[in-house]
Design a protein around this ligand. Structure first.
Ligand SMILES: Nc1nc2c(ncn2[C@@H]2O[C@H](COP(=O)(O)OP(=O)(O)OP(=O)(O)O)[C@@H](O)[C@H]2O)c(=O)[nH]1
Ligand SMILES: [Mg+2]
Length: 213
């Protein structure tokens, strides 16, 4: 599902966020890693409902994706407690994520990891979200994520989502917006880097760039 966002005057902001089905470690359930890779490359048409037991059909396949159809930043969303001391709870899932990340690297797509549910991992952070970057438990899990998935430390963001709160909390917002800013900057850098050769040549080359060598 793709979400659009508006500013206070009702104008569309220049980015979208696409949420997809999660990965599962069981056969025939969860999104197929090969479909995620097709989505990264822009080959999956908008509105396609991912099917765990079949690959994206021809009807939903975009054989000539433009820059707009491609993913500009890949975001992994993982509950933080899935990282344990020097490891991850599920080797099968981690292998899938590593393969997807490798493909994103090959395509030059930046990656960010959001580690959710920090409140369940550390009672001090549950009490006061401002301690999120000082918690030893959270720090160890961020390190484990870095070692397991290979994503640089400055691209891994622990967060607590709104789930039971009835009011906005500016401290929670600060953490979430810090994360969103990093994602948008990474996506923007990706797009700008692709556009640069075009600007130098004064030609329209975006659609003709072949991402896979
Ligand atoms: N305590 C806590 N609960 C959270 C947090 N983030 C999400 N949740 C809860 O976790 C549950 C799952 O959240 P979702 O956003 O639906 O997770 P998802 O992985 O997208 O799930 P599917 O879309 O069903 O695949 C919900 O009940 C949320 O309220 C968090 O930071 N802390
Ligand atoms: Mg979801």
């Amino acid at each position: 599902m793709t979400s659009e966002f508006k500013d206070e005057r009702g104008r569309n902001l220049p980015f979208v966020i696409s949420d997809v089905m999660g990965l599962e470690n069981k056969t025939d359930s969860g999104i197929r890693p090969s479909d995620i890779i097709k989505a990264l490359e822009g080959h999956i048409k908008e509105g396609y409902k991912f099917n765990p037991v079949a690959s994206c059909s021809e009807q939903h396949y975009n054989s000539s994706p433009t820059l707009n159809d491609k993913v500009h930043c890949l975001v992994f969303v993982i509950p933080i407690h899935n990282f344990i001391v020097n490891g991850y709870v599920d080797n099968v899932l981690m292998k899938m994520m590593q393969n997807i990340r490798q493909k994103a690297c090959d395509l030059g797509i930046p990656q960010v990891v959001i580690l959710t549910k920090v409140d369940l991992a550390c009672p001090h952070v549950k009490e006061d979200i401002k301690l999120i970057y000082r918690s030893k438990t959270i720090h160890q899990k961020v390190q484990a994520c870095h070692h397991e998935l290979g994503v640089p430390l400055n691209c891994i963001f622990p967060v607590k989502n709104y789930h039971e709160e009835r009011q906005l909390n500016p401290d929670m917002d600060a953490v979430l917006l810090f994360t969103l800013t990093k994602i948008l900057n990474s996506a923007n850098d990706f797009v700008e880097n692709i556009k640069e050769p075009e600007d130098e040549d004064h030609g329209d080359r975006i659609d003709s760039i072949d991402f896979i060598s």
